[in-house]
Design a protein around this ligand. Structure first.
Ligand code: FAD
Ligand code: NAD
Length: 471
C-alpha cells in the first residue's frame, strides 16, 4: 500500500480549510486538502454566504425597481421577475468563486484530493488519513499535522420532517424554483431574516416563527428591536415567543404546528424554511480512531491554539466553539498554521464583526450593552441616527443608527452596533479601531470624509462624550 506524505493534511475546503491550506503552503509546508464535495469553498461559497448575498442583492434591486425608484423620480413602468435568470446569476457567481479556489490551490501548490477524509489512527507520532473518492478509489496519507475544518450542517427540530422540498433548510431556500405564496420561516436568527427578506422582496408573504421574545438573539437588543420594527414595516410578519412543534409536507404545500401560550396552532404554507441554527459536522471523520471525542454540542474541543487532545491534530471554524462565521474560520486557520510554522499565531475574538445582510444591514462588533451590564462593566454610550446624515438622505436610506460603547474610565471602545445602510462596511472601521485598542476619542478625532455614511460613526463616537455636532 503506497502512502503520500505531507506536512499538513487539511480535511474540509470551506473558508477555514482552504485558507489554512493556502497559508500553510505559503509558509513552505507540503499541504494536501481533502474535500468531499465536487466544488471547493465549503458552506460559505456553495450554499451559504455567497449565494445568499447574490440573491439579497438581486432581490433588493427588484424591490427597488418595483416602487422605491419612483421617489428618485425614476419611472419604471413595470418591473418583471425572471427568477430563473436571478438563480443563474447566483449559480454563476458560485461557480466562478469555487473555481477560483481551485486556481488558488494550483498557484500555491496545495495538493487537492476529492473524496471523504477519514482519520485512520496514529503511527510513530504521525497521523494516518484516508481519502475515499466517489469512484471508490482510496488514497492513504501520512501527516505530520492534520487540520480538521469540516464545518457544520443545518440543525432541525423534533417533529419537523425535512423533505428537501416543501420543508427545507437554507440550502433549499437558496434555490426555490418559484416564489412561494406563503413562506413560513422557523427561527428569527440570521438565516431567517436574510432569506426571509429575499423571498419577501420577490413577492412572498413571509411569516417568521421565533421561540424567543425577540429577533436576532445575541445582537444588541436595542438594535435588534429597531431592525424588527423596520422589517415589520417592510411586510415581514413575526410571531415571537412561540415554539414550533412540527412541520411536514401536506399536498403541494406544508403544515406547521406551534405552541403559543400553551395553545397549539397551525399554519399552512407553500414552503417552510427551517433556520434554527447549525451544528458541527464530524460524520465519517474517524475521530475515535485517534481517541478524540466531541463535546455535548458535537464540537471538537481545542485549546486556545486550536490543538485537540491529540498531538499534531488541530481544528478550526464551525466545527469548534465560537460564532459560526466564515471570517472567524479564516482567522483561526491562519493563526493555527502560522503558529505551526513560526511559533506565533493569534485571533482577537473581541474584534470579530458579525453582519446581517438585510436592508438595512445590522452589524456588530465587541460587546453589546447587555454583555456589559451582565459583566458589571461601567460604560458610556454614544449613538447617532442616519436620519441626521446628508449622505443617508441622498441615498434615501435614513432608517437606523450607530451606537458605540466605551469604557467609562478609559474610554476604550468595547463594542459597536449599527443598524443602517452599508452597516457591514461601516463596522470595519470600528473593528480595526478596536484591534488597535482605540478610544472613542480616537475615532471622533479622526477626519471622516463628507458626505459619507462613515460620518455617522464619527458622530456616534463624539456622542459618547456628549458632543455630537449634527443633532
Ligand atoms: P464549511 O464552510 O462548512 O466547510 C467545511 C467543508 O468540509 C465542507 O465543504 C464539507 O463538504 C467538507 N467536509 C466535511 N467533512 C468532510 C470529510 N470528512 N472529508 C472531506 N470533506 C469534508 N458566514 C459569514 O461570515 N457571513 C455570511 O454572510 C454568512 N452567510 C451564511 C448564509 C447561509 C445560508 C449559511 C448556511 C451560512 C452562512 N454563513 C455566513 C456561515 C458560514 O458559511 C460558515 O461559518 C463557514 O462556511 C464555516 O467555514 P468552515 O470552513 O468552518 O466550514
Ligand atoms: P441562529 O442561531 O442565528 O438562529 C436560530 C433561531 O431559531 C434562534 O433565534 C432560535 O431562538 C430559533 N429557534 C430555535 N428553536 C426554535 C423553535 N422550536 N421554534 C422557533 N424558533 C426556534 O441560526 P441560523 O439563522 O440558522 O444560522 C446558523 C448559523 O449560520 C449562525 O450561527 C450564523 O452565524 C451563520 N450565518 C451567518 C450569516 C451572516 O453572517 N450574515 C448568515 C447566515 C448564517
Amino acid at each position: 500500500m503506497s502512502e503520500a506524505h505531507f506536512d499538513l493534511v487539511v480535511i474540509g475546503a470551506g473558508p477555514g480549510g482552504y485558507v489554512g491550506a493556502i497559508r500553510a503552503a505559503q509558509l513552505g509546508m507540503q499541504v494536501a486538502c481533502i474535500e468531499k464535495e465536487p466544488a471547493l469553498g465549503g458552506t460559505c461559497l456553495r450554499v451559504g454566504c455567497i449565494p445568499s448575498k447574490a440573491l439579497l442583492e438581486s432581490s433588493e434591486l427588484y424591490h427597488r425597481a418595483q416602487g422605491d425608484l419612483g421617489r428618485h423620480g425614476i419611472v419604471v413602468p413595470s418591473a418583471g421577475l425572471d427568477l430563473a435568470a436571478m438563480m443563474k446569476r447566483k449559480d454563476d457567481i458560485v461557480r466562478q468563486l469555487t473555481a477560483g479556489v481551485a486556481g488558488l490551490f494550483k498557484k500555491n501548490k496545495v495538493t487537492r484530493f476529492s473524496g471523504t477524509g477519514t482519520l485512520q489512527g496514529r503511527r510513530d507520532g504521525l497521523t494516518l488519513v484516508r481519502c475515499s473518492a466517489a469512484d471508490g478509489s482510496v488514497t492513504h496519507m501520512v501527516a505530520k499535522h492534520v487540520l480538521l475544518a469540516t464545518g457544520s450542517e443545518p440543525s432541525s427540530l423534533p417533529g419537523v420532517e425535512l423533505d428537501g422540498d416543501r420543508v427545507g433548510t437554507s440550502t433549499e431556500a437558496l434555490a426555490f424554483s418559484a416564489v412561494p405564496g406563503h413562506l413560513v420561516v422557523v427561527g428569527a436568527g440570521v438565516i431567517g431574516v436574510e432569506l426571509g427578506s429575499v423571498w419577501l422582496r420577490l413577492g412572498a408573504k413571509v411569516t417568521v416563527l421565533e421561540y424567543l421574545d425577540r429577533i436576532l438573539p445575541g445582537t444588541d437588543a436595542e438594535i435588534a428591536a429597531a431592525a424588527q420594527r423596520v422589517f415589520k414595516k417592510q411586510g415581514m410578519a413575526f410571531e415571537l415567543g412561540v415554539k414550533v412543534t412540527g412541520a411536514r409536507k401536506d399536498g403541494d404545500g406544508a403544515v406547521v404546528t406551534f405552541d403559543k401560550g400553551g395553545v397549539e396552532q397551525t399554519l399552512r404554507a407553500d414552503r417552510v424554511l427551517v433556520a434554527v441554527g447549525r451544528k458541527p459536522y464530524t460524520a465519517a471523520l474517524g475521530l475515535d480512531s485517534v481517541g478524540l471525542t466531541t463535546d455535548k454540542r458535537g464540537r471538537i474541543e481545542t485549546d486556545a491554539h486550536f490543538a485537540t487532545a491529540v498531538p499534531g491534530i488541530f481544528a478550526i471554524g464551525d466545527v469548534i466553539a465560537g460564532p459560526m462565521l466564515a471570517h472567524k474560520a479564516e482567522e483561526e486557520a491562519v493563526a493555527c498554521v502560522e503558529r505551526l510554522a513560526t511559533g506565533w499565531g493569534h485571533v482577537d475574538y473581541d474584534s470579530i464583526p458579525g453582519i446581517v445582510y438585510t436592508d438595512p444591514e445590522v452589524a456588530t462588533v465587541g460587546k453589546s450593552e447587555e454583555d456589559l451590564k451582565a459583566a458589571g462593566t461601567p460604560y458610556r454610550k454614544g449613538s447617532f441616527p442616519f436620519m441626521a446624515n446628508g449622505r443617508a438622505k441622498a441615498l434615501g436610506q435614513t432608517d437606523g443608527m450607530v451606537k458605540i460603547l466605551a469604557d467609562a474610565q478609559t474610554d476604550k471602545v468595547l463594542g459597536c452596533a449599527i443598524f443602517g445602510p452599508r452597516a457591514g462596511d461601516l463596522i470595519a472601521e470600528v473593528a480595526v479601531a478596536m484591534a488597535f485598542g482605540a478610544s472613542s476619542e480616537d475615532i471622533a478625532r479622526a477626519c471622516h470624509a463628507h458626505p459619507t455614511l462613515a460620518e455617522v460613526v464619527k458622530e456616534a463616537a463624539l456622542a459618547v462624550d456628549g458632543r455630537a455636532i449634527h443633532i
